[in-house]
Design a protein around this ligand. Sequence first.
Ligand SMILES: C[S@@+](CC[C@H](N)C(=O)[O-])C[C@H]1O[C@@H](n2cnc3c(N)ncnc32)[C@H](O)[C@@H]1O
Length: 487
Amino acid sequence: MASVSSASSSGSDDENNDKQAASSSSSNPFASMIDTDFDMSKVPETEDIRVEQYFSKEELAELSKIEMTRYRNMKRNYDVMRMLGLPGKKPYFMERNRRSLVQPKEPPTPPLTSSESEEDEEWTPELERKKNQPPKKPWFLLPPKKPRILKPKSQMTGPHQKPKAKKKAEATVSKAPETRESDDDGAKTFMGFQAEEVAEVQAATASSLAELEKKMKDLDLEIQQEEAAGPQDGQEEGSESDISTDLEEELLSTTLQPAKQQELNKEPVEPLDTGETRKSRYPQRNIPRKNYKEVELPDDDHYLFCEDCNELYEGDCPVHGPLTVVKDKEVPKGEENRAVRTLPDYLSVCPSKIKGAGDGVWLDGKAMHKNLVFGPYDGKISGPEIGMTSGYAWQISKNDKVKYYIDATDVTKSSWMRYVNCARNEEEQNLVAFQYYRNIYYRTYKPVPPGTELLVWYGNEYAKELGISEKAQAEQEEPSQIKKCKA
Ligand SMILES: C[S@@+](CC[C@H](N)C(=O)[O-])C[C@H]1O[C@@H](n2cnc3c(N)ncnc32)[C@H](O)[C@@H]1O
């Protein structure tokens, strides 16, 4: 306990850690801890962790107690990772070159390139002042709140819900120069959105993983070209492609990547100095480059939650690696029974175990491990009239505002995910829904034994409509029967 708190209270603990990691294990005071007998009692309690040194007076004045605790937790996690010899990513707020939490009054100054020796030094406002340098203002992004297992931010919208935003939506529609539903070809104006916004949505709504993969390949090519051109500031050397296809996976899978959002951010940008160590295995290439003059939080659906770290990351988890996406079967849109035909191997659509729920999706023959991702949820982009009443629509939000709905009513245009029912309690829930780059995905958050129905949480409102409360018991199981499956 003492050794960690003394290390963390010093202004240069990471410098020490870096050097210790690099030197031989005999000179590493943490060497004895790098084993399975690691003694958690040596880790200080959150409230004993000091983080004040990373913030300026102005920033400290703005921080709430909850935020402070969160920063302490982040530092604690990071310290433990370092103690275990694991390559944890330094939290943003500890970065020397991070952007100030308090918006600058003066026009921001581009960061100075760090010298080698500076690179290892830990940033504190005091150190900055000592060095008499102008304040550096690269970006600093506060991750959003962690999602809770049972309550994804995204909501499935129920068949009986009245569109609350009806008036507003209608007003928007009437103001729109052209109002028609988006379809597969070209960007059109839609429900009052700008053509670029629709284009963005279409870019992000890859209708199949093949499309997503193509985008990923393009992105990879772009990165290879960038790498061939040599590392730029803010990029890491030796970037490894995180587009991996694990041939040993029986289920064809690929890593979850956002659609090519970077394309939308193509204006010339100043290079970023992230203050990252250059040998990190996981380049943050999912992070759209930002202009220094922007003081803008990224859309909050650019984060992925790592169950094991209990932390959100912009892109893949730096410790546990990328999530694995299970591919839908490829079926052209418009074909009969497309939804059922897109079922991946080992899944089938059969009557639900929930009385009165209709069909559901079942896992046959094979167990699934956690952290498998399904999606994106396929369907038609709709406005609130359809979205809030269909019973098959997920809402897509941007900065806490509902932007549109993905409606999977039409079985010729949607995928198997439309058949997944709502869990009645946490115990039977095995999928979490999450929004990532304007798409809805489902992720297994615990191992799923064969012969289990896949069940996700639709969100509080819809669950209430279905008569489900979080505490409800799974008392209404269908009596065992011969299943009549669709596929
Ligand atoms: C997205 S669909 C799920 C697939 C649907 N069961 C089917 O056969 O097409 C949502 C609808 O399924 C039914 N449903 C889903 N979960 C349910 C639950 N826990 N209890 C009762 N009905 C449920 C409701 O009718 C709901 O409107």
